[in-house]
Design a protein around this ligand. Structure first.
Ligand code: GFB
Length: 321
């Protein structure tokens, strides 16, 4: 990418898209284009074609998707598979139709088999059954990976697919029902501290292990790959380290400064027992995640305090909770 290249960020207001936008601006890329979902509904092909016809971007970061945690995926499987298939199909095909130089497709590590050998290598894709709680979402993402591969083969496009591990950071989703574990725990411990609750409920057994990558580090890796990676092969992005949810809960408790108890609600699903990604392919290209979990948790909690905490408490007051 050149500093004057026209770069489209699909999903620029989300956790990943907002980090990509900030990183591009920080690096001096000034010719950015993006639309809110009210301005451009990516599930509607005619709107997508009209946008590409008008803007004709050179590069596309496809970070727009319907995403959510384990409960949201489990409760709305049709929404997750339909919307993600429509969004990615429209943007990938329009990128080919309108001559985009390069597209980066964001997958997720849930595309790997539930019991893939750990750490999970890119080659383990499609070698086993998926985690049931997010299979529809995973199938949609696998279809996106295969679509990029097929377009590269048939049309000679340069569409790359990346598989980030679990993410967190600014503009994360803090809604307790639809969010991922890390932002949910930040909010739960914060509210328990403010309200003086004696315990915080953590879902599941606390035994599943997860890896967490700070979103600003992911954005750095995405710009690096857009500029240096050209292949239909998947490439994992992660920190190479994971921990049990129970340990994450202790770290969030410490970051927030909560002194009460932690209890586990084992009626809630654990999901995949482990999904640590093998990052040797990316490491061999010279990229390593710089932000430790302790630093990242402090940054995420500060962002929450500045942007979400009051909004959340106000929303709770309005709902009488
Ligand atoms: O982050 P999470 O919702 O999604 O759950 P996954 C991770 C683990 O944290 C599960 C536990 O074992 C949860 O039971 N957990 C504990 C909690 N307390 C909470 C809580 O308050 N909220 C949430 N959400 N979890 C997602 C996929 O799986 O990973 C998505 O569903 C996507 O499709 C994402 O792939 C990256 O990590 O299990």
């Amino acid at each position: 990418m050149e500093l004057d290249s026209k770069i489209y960020i699909a999903g620029h207001r989300g956790l990943v898209g907002s980090a990509i936008k900030r990183k591009l601006e920080e690096k001096g890329y000034w010719n950015l284009v993006y639309r809110t979902s009210q301005e451009l509904d990516l599930t509607r092909r005619e709107e997508v074609d009209e946008f590409f016809q008008k803007e004709k971007p050179d590069y596309v970061f496809l970070a727009a998707a319907r995403v959510g945690g384990i409960i949201a995926n489990n409760e709305f499987p049709a929404d997750f598979i339909r919307d993600n298939l429509m969004i990615q199909t429209n943007v990938i095909d329009a990128s080919h139709q309108f001559g985009v130089k390069k597209l980066l497709f964001l997958g997720s590590t849930c595309v790997y088999p539930k019991y893939a050998p750990q750490p999970m290598r890119e080659e383990s894709l499609l070698t086993g059954l998926l985690e049931p709680t997010n299979e529809p979402y995973a199938i949609a993402k696998i279809a996106g990976i295969k679509m990029c591969e097929a377009y590269n083969k048939q049309y000679g496009t340069d569409f790359i697919s990346v598989m980030p591990t679990n993410l967190y950071g600014p503009y994360d989703n803090y809604d307790l029902h639809s969010s991922h574990v890390l932002p949910a725990l930040i909010r739960k411990f914060h509210e328990a501290k403010v309200k003086g609750d004696e315990a915080v409920v953590v879902w599941g057994t606390g035994e599943p292990r997860r890896e967490f990558l700070y979103s600003e580090d992911l954005a750095d890796a995405l710009l690096f790959l857009m500029n240096n990676y050209k292949s239909s092969e998947l490439i994992n992005i992660g920190t190479g380290k994971d921990m049990p949810i129970s340990m994450l809960a202790e770290k969030v408790k410490e970051t927030v400064g909560y002194n009460g108890k932690i209890v586990f609600d084992t009626k809630k699903p654990d999901g995949t027992p482990r999904k640590l990604v093998d990052v040797s392919r990316l490491r061999s290209m010279g990229w390593k995640a710089p932000t430790s979990l302790s630093e990242g948790l402090a940054l995420a909690y500060n962002w929450f305090l500045e942007n979400e905490a009051d909004a959340t408490l106000m929303a709770n007051k309005r709902r009488g909770i």
